[in-house]
Design a protein around this ligand. Structure first.
Ligand code: FES
Ligand code: FES
Length: 164
């Protein structure tokens, strides 16, 4: 049995050690925010945060996570009290189908919690591994800039051009 802390709660996990974290989250813990996209580490839909870094949970086996702390989209806020990124994605209407959005938010969260003063160029480069097949990248980038403003204690308005 593996011990795993998810969104601040410790769990004893029954899944086999080679089970991908994504299946543990969705099937054993009932956390359905992280999505199954490619299952091959190529799209980012399954991104969660482990130890402050974005991790592709579809290709991360349980056995490398013993006693690690995992944060999923469910850990960023609630409907009643959304976190800065959740608020910003809503305000910028960044989702079309929404399938990529939890992974996008988790990658952005890892970046902004390390450095909310990050440049636009650095945001673009950092977000590159996460794909959006609906093509809402420009709105997603606007939402991340809005959340960065908020996390710096500034205005919630963005200066980005919204074309997507
Ligand atoms: S589902 Fe994990 S990277 Fe695509
Ligand atoms: S909003 Fe549909 S894949 Fe990104």
């Amino acid at each position: 049995m593996t011990s795993l802390t998810v969104n601040g709660t410790r769990h004893d996990i029954r899944s086999e050690p080679d089970t991908p974290l994504l299946y543990v989250l969705r099937d054993e813990l009932g956390l359905h925010g992280a999505k199954y996209g490619c299952g091959l580490g190529q799209c980012g839909a399954c991104t969660v945060i482990v130890g402050g870094e974005p991790v592709l949970s579809c290709v991360t086996p349980l056995l490398v996570l013993e006693n690690k702390s995992v944060t999923t989209i469910e850990g960023l806020g609630t409907i009643e009290a959304p976190g800065p990124l959740q608020e910003a994605f809503i305000a910028e209407q960044a989702a079309q189908c929404g399938y990529c959005i939890p992974g996008m938010m988790m990658r952005a969260q890892a970046l902004l919690q390390r450095d909310p003063n990050v440049s636009d160029e650095a945001i673009r480069a950092y977000m590159e591994p996460n794909l959006c097949r609906c093509g809402t990248h420009m709105r997603i980038l606007s939402a991340i800039r809005r959340a960065a403003d908020r996390m710096r204690g500034g205005s919630t308005q963005t200066s980005g051009t919204r074309t997507g």
